[in-house]
Design a protein. Structure first.
Length: 334
């Protein structure tokens, strides 16, 4: 019996990890040519304290195949198996796994549940296979296997502000001054899954949007400005570049053939409702590949922003900077 087999059989075999969603402030849209799901642009994000995903991975020698239960129902296992295969290869683990996952965000509603989902799955599998503490900076192999699942997922491995570098495709934390108290108020503006998945939309934009080359070439300046604003704790500068990056991304999406229009009347109603606070520089907004509006404000303003959004939104969530993906069980393994 090889040493890897000894390790796989004596390892914990099971782990549960919780991860929060993250919202991009400087956006990611597009893949680098080739495979491995590398991005064509970097990104800057904020990992939130809620909502997110909790996932348990249990390697079990009695299982003939991997299984995946999402929010209590059997779900497609192929994307999960890809992540598990990467971990099995690294750990010399041969057993199949039972994976159960619970989302506290509407799945595929454009609220980035794939990011928290793949971050939680990757780290839970990592621990269940006995690969140990991924360390700081994060073990590059964990970042890569999580990214192959979802390009935005590495950002949910880290707490607070995080940045993906386009050259290395690595992720690192961006420190903000301790007094930089921001909140993200999320207005859910529609129900149901989004019309076009991000992956398909990105491919279509790269192929057909005349604005895609400009999006890619003008992106590094936004990322640098966003990172500088976080480091300086400059709320206004961060909000301004976040909106610019957001609107450039949506312009690129709209000029895709066929067009990608993720906004709904509810999106515009939320933006209009925030007009007066926006004019005062107290709130800035961002939208992803979905209709929901995420409003960045100072913590002192989170209640007034939420109250302003409530009459026009289906639901309003107040979130703050949160922890990265973290081990819930077994506690002693970290
Ligand atoms: C972001 N989005 O930076 C951007 C803004 C959506 C719009 O990352 O294909 O689910 O799995 O890498 O990570 C959503 O894309 O896409 C996303 P894949 P992912 O948050």
């Amino acid at each position: 019996m090889g040493s890897s087999e000894i390790r796989s059989q004596s390892g914990a075999g099971q782990a549960t990890v919780a991860a929060g969603i993250n919202i991009a402030l400087v956006k990611y849209w597009g893949k680098a040519p080739g495979t491995d799901n590398r991005p064509s642009v970097g990104s800057l994000s904020l990992t939130l304290d809620a909502p997110g995903t909790e996932t348990t991975v249990r390697f079990d020698a009695a299982l003939p195949a991997d299984t995946f239960v999402l929010d209590g129902l059997p779900a497609p296992v192929a994307p999960v198996t890809k992540v598990l295969d990467d971990v099995r290869r690294l750990a010399g683990e041969t057993r199949r796994a039972a994976v159960t996952s619970r989302n506290t965000v509407p799945t595929a509603a454009g609220l980035a549940s794939s990011a928290s989902g793949f971050a939680a799955l990757g780290l839970a599998a990592w621990h269940a296979a006995g690969l140990g503490d991924p360390g700081t900076p994060l073990d590059r192999r964990l970042v890569e296997l999580v990214r192959r699942g979802s390009g935005s997922a590495p950002r949910s491995l880290l707490p607070g502000f995080a940045r993906i570098d386009v050259e290395t495709a690595g992720v690192e934390g961006v420190p903000a001054p301790p007094e930089f108290d921001v909140s993200l108020v999320i207005a859910l503006c529609a129900v149901g899954p989004k019309a076009v998945k991000s992956r398909d939309g990105m491919a279509a934009s790269a192929e057909t949007s005349p604005y895609y080359p400009a999006w890619v070439s003008s992106h590094p300046a936004d990322l640098a400005a966003g990172e500088a604003a976080v480091r300086a704790g400059d709320f206004g500068a961060l909000g301004e570049v976040m909106e610019h990056s957001t609107l450039k991304m949506h312009a690129c999406m709209l000029a895709t053939r066929p067009p990608l229009r993720y906004w709904t009347p509810g999106t515009l109603a939320a933006l209009d409702a925030l007009g007066a606070l926006h004019a005062l520089g107290r709130v800035f907004t961002t939208m992803d590949a979905g209709p929901h509006v995420k409003a960045l404000c100072r913590r002192a303003d989170e209640a007034v922003v939420a109250e302003t959004l409530r009459p026009v939104a289906r639901e309003v969530l107040i979130a703050r900077p949160g922890d990265g993906a973290r081990l819930v069980e077994p506690k002693a393994a970290r």
